[in-house]
Design a protein around this ligand. Structure first.
Ligand code: DGL
Length: 272
């Protein structure tokens, strides 16, 4: 088999780098291409049609770059574009390519983290309004009640580098309280946006001690490990030279300056 291909990781911008970090720590041997659509992000408030169109363009670009497997490391894209890509585009145009999202792997395990069967989901407006989490979680854990909270200010706060500053406290506490007011029984909160892990130190300051906070990076990475075990026909195509390449549709200098905050290390990106 021709093992020369990379795993593609896509996000609307920087946030997917938190997932990329977990995936590459767990599976360092593979080659990866990361693409951030920074020129058109954030996706959170765009319509279904727009998110689908943007995501498909980026996925097709990663296919052309030699990625037979692409991870949508973006909740908004997973919520609004993944189903169409999997059900319409892949069978018609790319029967040998695969695109995986971040919602299903999370929905598959979240019920294991709650005793009260009441979980909170915090995400962008797009993710929350799509209802993807309640629908997916319900498939695997019908007894779990999902309380959702959109946090439209969190991505801009993070993208502007304000997440460690005092100004962030107001909106962290505001959205958390709004979620907790929905039910006193919530004992597990999922950060359903790939940017939000950067706010964990602040969120923990306001979070009652009995509530567990879940980020998606390790969940998605574990799910990919499992996927590659179950799909040797895909795994066998992947190069194992530990190469990493980063692309952005936006400004390369800005991307490099911000990306290290999400990835925890310096990187040099190229223009898409
Ligand atoms: N990465 C997106 C997500 O996980 C958040 C940023 C955006 O709205 O584009 O939902």
């Amino acid at each position: 088999m021709n093992n020369q291909f990379s795993i593609g990781v896509f996000d609307s911008g920087f946030g997917g780098l938190t997932v990329f970090k977990s995936i590459t720590e767990k599976l360092p041997q593979y080659d990866y291409i990361y693409l951030g659509d920074n020129a058109r992000s954030p996706y959170g408030d765009h319509s279904f049609e727009t998110v689908y169109q943007y995501t498909l363009e980026c996925v097709e670009w990663l296919f052309e770059k030699g990625c037979p497997l692409v991870i949508l490391a973006c909740n908004t894209a997973s919520a609004k574009a993944l189903r169409n890509i999997q059900q319409l585009d892949l069978p018609k145009k790319y029967p040998n390519h695969r695109v995986l999202g971040v919602i299903r792997p999370t929905a598959e395990i979240i019920g294991n983290y709650t005793q009260t069967q009441q979980v909170g989901v915090m995400g962008t407006r797009g993710t929350v309004n799509s209802n993807s989490y309640p629908i997916e979680i319900n498939h695997f854990f019908p007894e779990v009640k999902v309380h959702q909270q959109s946090c439209p200010m969190w991505v801009p706060i993070i993208e502007n580098g304000e997440h460690e500053n005092e100004g962030a406290d107001y909106f962290v506490n505001k959205y958390l309280q709004e979620l907790l007011q929905q039910s006193a029984e919530i004992d597990c909160i999922l950060l359903a946006c790939t940017h939000y892990p950067l706010l964990i130190p602040k969120i923990e300051q306001y979070l009652p001690k009995n509530i567990q906070l879940l980020a998606q990076g390790d969940i998605v990475a574990n799910s990919l490990v499992d996927y590659l075990k179950r799909h040797p026909e895909m795994e066998g195509q992947l190069a194992k030279n530990s190469k990493r390449a980063f692309y952005t549709s936006g400004d390369v200098t800005t991307f490099d300056a911000h990306a290290s905050v999400f990835l925890g290390q310096e990187l040099n990106s190229s223009k898409m």
